[in-house]
Design a protein around this ligand. Structure first.
Ligand code: FE2
Length: 219
């Protein structure tokens, strides 16, 4: 997950047959100096990087994000106030995950010829973030909503960071993402009656993806 400073803003939401209700947000997405990233000499850490990449290749959560029957009708059980807050939570989370996907995917694509191992790590991270964003977006469809990811991709503003700061920023983002998901998961372990939607059952394994990325990005 890449947290954005604007996560409290709303994002563009395609409300299907209700375009008048669309809201336009200004989520923050990131870009960097891809040439400088491609030229990074990681030979000192190559062994470590290869080990991390091998963990990514195993893709422990590849069978995790499968919706089950618990989702059926779950959206209809929320009272209007809870529903509104929860939808905002889904929007924010999906936008943050999607932001991570875009950055990692672009990094992977732009450096793959010159820095293949680093590129492969970013590709695996993009895979995980896409899975997270997709799972959240699927939950939004339970509320007859869908984030218009194509619109976001085409219209968003990009914040530029030099590669060094991209590593710092994404490291902190993944760390925050990990603690956010695990704190929510543990809260519901102690308070199962407050668990308003089945997506929270998925957060424990979800955290492992975030911590994998955090490990890779550790300065
Ligand atoms: Fe994520």
């Amino acid at each position: 997950m890449v947290q954005t400073p604007d996560t409290k803003n709303k994002t563009n939401v395609n409300r299907g047959k209700e375009p008048a209700k669309e809201t336009i947000l200004t989520p923050r997405f990131y870009t960097t100096d891809f040439d400088e990233m491609a030229k990074m000499d990681l030979s000192i850490n190559e062994e470590e990087l290869e080990a991390i990449c091998e963990e990514f290749r195993k893709d422990y959560n590849r069978h995790h994000f499968v919706r089950n029957k618990e989702f059926e009708g779950a959206a209809d059980k929320l009272d209007p106030q809870t529903r509104e807050v929860f939808i905002e939570f889904l929007e924010q989370s999906c936008t943050s995950e999607f932001s991570g996907f875009l950055l990692y995917k672009e990094l992977s694509r732009r450096i793959k010829d010159r820095n293949p191992l680093l590129a492969e790590c970013f590709a695996h991270m993009a895979r995980d973030e896409a899975r997270h964003a997709g799972f959240l977006n699927k939950s939004m469809s339970d509320f007859n909503l869908q984030l218009d990811l194509g619109f976001l991709t085409a219209s968003k503003d990009y914040t530029f960071f030099k590669p060094k700061f991209i590593f710092y920023a994404t490291y902190l983002s993944e760390k925050i993402g990990y603690w956010r998901y695990i704190a929510i998961y543990r809260h519901f372990e102690k308070n199962p009656n407050n668990k308003i939607f089945p997506i929270f059952n998925f957060f424990e394994n979800w955290c492992q993806d975030e911590i994998g990325m955090e490990t890779f990005l550790t300065p």
